[in-house]
Design a protein around this ligand. Structure first.
Ligand SMILES: [Fe+2]
Length: 336
């Protein structure tokens, strides 16, 4: 605040000069005092208005900086999030199994540039997980199925299990069939109300994929009929996390979801508005719903405005643990 002290100091110097003028020219102590008070008041008022102006300019600059960060930096700034999670009933031979989750790609024709989706795929390939899951919302525009095909062709891990999100029902059945052909051509297993057994080291883990619950395409009973009675553990793949609110207690051993994009602008009030618009109460991270651990991924793309603030695009690498200690969840983050 040295500049401010200087301003006041120079103001006082000028006021002292006015007193001298009063002595020499007007000769009245009353007039001198009034002049001093008047000029000091005027200068004080000017200083206050200038301080307010500087503050407004500074505040405006900060807002512009935040807006530029949210528009140009954070939407491309991938976070690789590593979690270890205890899964009740996980066979000891599957201890340490890694599932990579990618969600909400929202690809458009510009996605073949160096964006968060391709970065996530490169990071996923480098991490060599045992399974990859895709939890819906693949395209931002109808005409980009070929872009999705080119992007997912770079994913060199198998198996890959996928479910549809609400945006995948937006363009009608013909578009969905194009997505199905794309997945089939790439050897990606679409679990559209279907379950599949993942076998490793003599143990079995069931992946159950449901259609999007937000648009009422979920038929869980249909998927569960494919699992022999009593077989566990079961991992639910659902785009819409709130589907878990309708499940029975402990019906699954883990659930993975997307949909909310971490609210995209993760600030008080704005976040609540975004979640309400998406009809969800789960922004991102780990929850326990109906006794089921639920992980909600923030996704890689955006919907609506291409902005993210405090909700970076995310690749999740979940390491499943045979529970030795109840309720343990370890978290690690990397920057890309
Ligand atoms: Fe989405």
């Amino acid at each position: 605040m040295d500049w401010l002290d200087d301003r006041f100091a120079s103001g006082r110097a000028r006021v002292r000069g006015d007193i001298e003028i009063g002595r020499n020219g007007w000769g009245s102590a009353g007039i001198q005092g009034a002049t001093v008070r008047l000029l000091a008041g005027v200068r004080g008022a000017l200083a206050a208005s200038e301080i307010a102006r500087y503050a407004a300019v500074g505040f405006g600059g900060i807002l512009v900086g935040i807006a530029a960060y949210a528009r140009f930096i954070e939407p491309s700034w991938l976070e690789v999030r590593r979690l270890s999670i205890d899964v009740p009933g996980l066979p000891p031979s599957l201890d340490g199994l890694v599932i990579a989750q990618l969600s909400d790609l929202h690809l458009d024709r510009g996605a073949l540039g160096d964006g968060p989706v391709l970065r996530a795929i490169r990071a996923c390939n480098a991490a060599r997980p045992d399974v990859v899951v895709l939890t819906g919302d693949y395209l931002a525009v109808r005409e980009a199925t070929d872009v999705l095909e080119q992007v997912l062709a770079r994913l060199d891990i198998r198996p890959v299990y996928a479910v549809f999100g609400n945006h995948d029902y937006r363009y009608g059945p013909r578009h969905r069939r194009a997505l199905e052909r794309c997945f089939a051509g790439l050897g990606i297993d679409l679990l559209d109300n279907r379950a599949v057994a993942f076998r490793r080291n003599g143990a079995t883990l069931w992946f159950v994929g449901v259609g999007d619950g937000y648009t009422s395409h979920d038929r869980l009973a249909e998927a569960l009929r494919l699992i022999p009675p009593g077989e566990r553990p079961r991992i639910l793949l659902t785009h819409y996390p709130d589907l878990l609110l309708d499940l029975s207690e402990g019906e699954f051993d883990l659930a993975l979801a997307g949909h909310s994009h971490g609210a995209q602008i993760h600030l008080p009030v704005l976040s609540d508005i975004a979640l309400a618009r998406s009809a969800t109460r789960f922004a991102s991270g780990l929850f326990v719903v109906r006794g089921i651990p639920l992980y909600v991924n923030r996704g890689l793309g955006t919907s609506g405005q291409r902005v993210r603030l405090l909700a970076r695009p995310e690749l999740t690498l979940l390491s499943l643990r045979h529970p030795r200690t109840e309720g343990v969840c370890r978290d690690g983050k990397e920057q890309h």
